[in-house]
Design a protein around this ligand. Sequence first.
Ligand code: MRU
Length: 353
Amino acid sequence: MTQIYPVLWFQDHALLIDQNRLPQEYTQIKISRSGEMAWAIKTMVVRGAPAIGVAAAYGLVLGAQEILRDHPPDRQIFLDHLRSIAEEIRSTRPTAVNLFWAVDKMLRAAHQSGVAVAHLPGILLEKAEEIRRQDLYTCQQIGAHGLAVLPATPHRLRLLTHCNAGALATAGYGTALGVVRSAWTEGRLERLYADETRPRLQGARLTAWECVQEGIPVTVITDSMAAHCMQQGLIDAVVVGADRIAANGDTANKIGTYNVALAAQAHGIPFFVAAPQSTLDLSLADGSGIPIEQRPPEEVSRLGEVSLTPAGVSFYNPAFDITPAALITGIITEHGTFKPQDLAAKFVLATSD
Ligand code: MRU
């Protein structure tokens, strides 16, 4: 199995796979300052909800190192500066709740630690490493639980996914693609259909690249072909990731996910969301409170250097949409698969470190 680690720590800096350059080029970028990490998250060098969380955690480790380089080792000064670095990192992308979850965990670790200030970067690095390792393990569990709920078919499964919820979007295994990976390893997968995922093409560029690395048969389709493929009997189940899941199970994921869920319901095809507990936001009763990131118009109006439209038109570019809980067959987590309406009761108490 090829190992893909989008975010790693090495000595005193982070290393990110530059996801904007895939699949043409596999390069790692060295990130040495918290501001650079904020930039990398905002510009989607690193993307995908859990991977953003891990990157944010390392961003705070970098921030902690900076504070001690630039200021006297005073606890109050340290915590004040760390909070403002946390704000900068929080302001990068609004939808994936894993970012806020990880930043909060890191701030708590700094506040609760009784060690001398000089040792706080080390404490924060341990915490960030724990977040990364835990996500790897969590995704493997999601993969195993997903396998148990995929439909029984006379032939091997044909799955459809949207965007990239793979190793690149997590610490290194994937949520939705973790389920696909498990199905493949167990000999239950015939083929993955990957929506290209306009406008940033995470499906065509990243999901397809990951599948090629693993030898998983993959067919890339444009987003508008998903319903047709279902109608043609080519799809047995849909598995997607999530950026934030509200208490009632309404789920924010990459723009276009809602269309896929509607089409799946119309064709009686099971539609699964695969996500770790860190993607749940039980503070929101339903999906209407989830902030939807608006991205620059150029992502829609241009393809590389080529303008796609005449001058004078306007653009709307929401990066995510909300799939209502009623369209979701099950939410696959590291603790098992739940009906959307059962999620809150299961997880309401499980918010500790
Ligand atoms: O804008 P992106 O590429 O960060 O959006 C990613 C997605 O929507 C993924 O499906 C989601 O984060 C789940 S990743 C395991």
